[in-house]
Design a protein around this ligand. Structure first.
Ligand code: NDP
Length: 337
């Protein structure tokens, strides 16, 4: 069979995740290569060019970015900026005729997600969201249980992800994760994991949500919530109780069924995702670079014209539910989604 070519990926936003996980992950992929960078910080350019052999012609700023349309070395634009920029950058990338990979949360709200989906459809390019867990082997097994039902009818899911962090120093200058206008706060950042996990564990779509947010350290959390608890109501009286936080460390996903239970803990770490079941069987941690796996799966889907595992529509479903979560937390009450 003819050797498949590698997709040239340009990273937009050279921050912590791009530098720590995505660029090293790209180096391990079989079907991608790091071909270009888009950055607002010229000082970062020489280091990236040297480390990854990126030619001048493949270096862009946010201003010059649209010229990427004329660059055949770039097939995919991977957006790894704060969330408030995802929509605009995705639409620009699509209009430049490039496939779009975008980090979570997909955008600030469901309406922005629709604009991204439309732009990619119009330009006939792919749109994949960086939900690495849906590519992780033990998570795939757990997703399969939603239909295989090894312990009978699913009754309840518990999903929680958060970390304890931040202090007054994060306000000078303000960390974007503490700024509302940038898409900060634990719900957008870590809440994506329990929300998406609840949906893939149950395997159906929620009908209603209710949510409550809380702040313990008001001097730091003056714009965004510090904790968010939310409950998703699924068909057949299945419930998912979920939590996320910037004040408390948690990382667990558990499904309770009629005749037993199963869980992954941790369920969203970069490595070491492992699980157990009420019958004593274990899901041992798999040694895998999640981001490399994700990017190879997405690249192969594009190269072979196959469906993406996590298309824009999947990210958009979460943002629609998040819109309802934020409304419920602000105004109280249960929201139909
Ligand atoms: P960082 O703050 O470390 O990096 C963000 C980068 O975005 C900056 O370095 C900067 O790069 C660029 N940027 C452009 N405009 C702004 C702005 N106004 N303020 C701040 N940065 C700006 O964030 P992370 O790398 O941690 O997160 C980036 C995205 O990746 C988020 O959407 C986050 O949710 C997601 N993420 C996903 C993870 C996952 O496991 N899937 C894990 C971690 C993050 P430059 O200077 O090059 O322009």
């Amino acid at each position: 069979k003819a050797a498949e070519r590698k997709l040239g990926v340009a990273i937009v936003g050279l921050g912590g995740y791009a530098e720590g996980l995505i660029a090293p992950g790209l180096a391990r992929t079989r079907h991608c290569r790091l071909a270009g960078i888009v950055t607002g910080t010229p000082a970062k350019v020489p280091r990236w060019q040297q480390r990854y052999g990126i030619p001048d012609a493949n270096v862009y700023s946010y201003d010059s970015f649209d010229r990427i349309a004329d660059n055949p070395a770039i097939d995919v634009v991977y957006i790894i900026t704060p969330p408030h920029l995802h929509k605009t950058l995705a639409v620009r990338a699509a209009n430049a005729g490039k496939h779009v990979w975008c980090e979570k949360p997909m955008a600030m709200n469901a309406d922005e997600c629709q604009q991204m989906i439309q732009a990619c459809r119009r330009n006939k390019v792919a749109l994949a969201i960086g939900y690495r867990m849906q590519h992780e082997p033990n998570t795939r097994t757990l997703i399969g249980y939603a239909t295989a039902k090894p312990f009978g009818r699913l009754r309840q899911v518990r999903a929680e992800a958060g970390y304890a962090g931040y202090d007054a120093g994060d306000l000078q200058p303000r960390n974007w994760r503490l700024a509302r206008a940038f898409g900060g706060g634990p719900m957008y950042d870590m809440g994506t994991y329990p929300l998406n996990a609840a949906r893939y564990t149950v395997g159906t779509e929620p009908l209603a949500v209710s949510a409550r947010s809380r702040v313990d350290r008001a001097e730091i959390f003056d714009q965004v919530e510090e904790h968010m608890d939310f409950t998703l109501e699924f068909p057949d009286e299945v419930r998912a109780t979920c939590a996320t936080s910037f004040g408390r460390s948690m990382n667990q996903l558990r499904a309770t069924c009629a005749d037993g239970w199963y869980e992954l803990a941790p369920f969203q770490s970069y490595s070491g995702v492992r699980g157990q079941r009420s019958d004593g069987r274990r899901l041992e941690a798999v040694v895998e670079h999640q981001q490399a796996l994700q990017m190879d799966n997405d690249a192969l889907a594009i190269l072979r014209g196959m469906p993406l595992r996590v298309p824009g529509e999947e990210g958009a479903r979460d943002l629609r539910i998040m819109d309802a979560i934020f409304r419920s937390a602000a105004e109280g009450g249960r929201r139909i989604v």
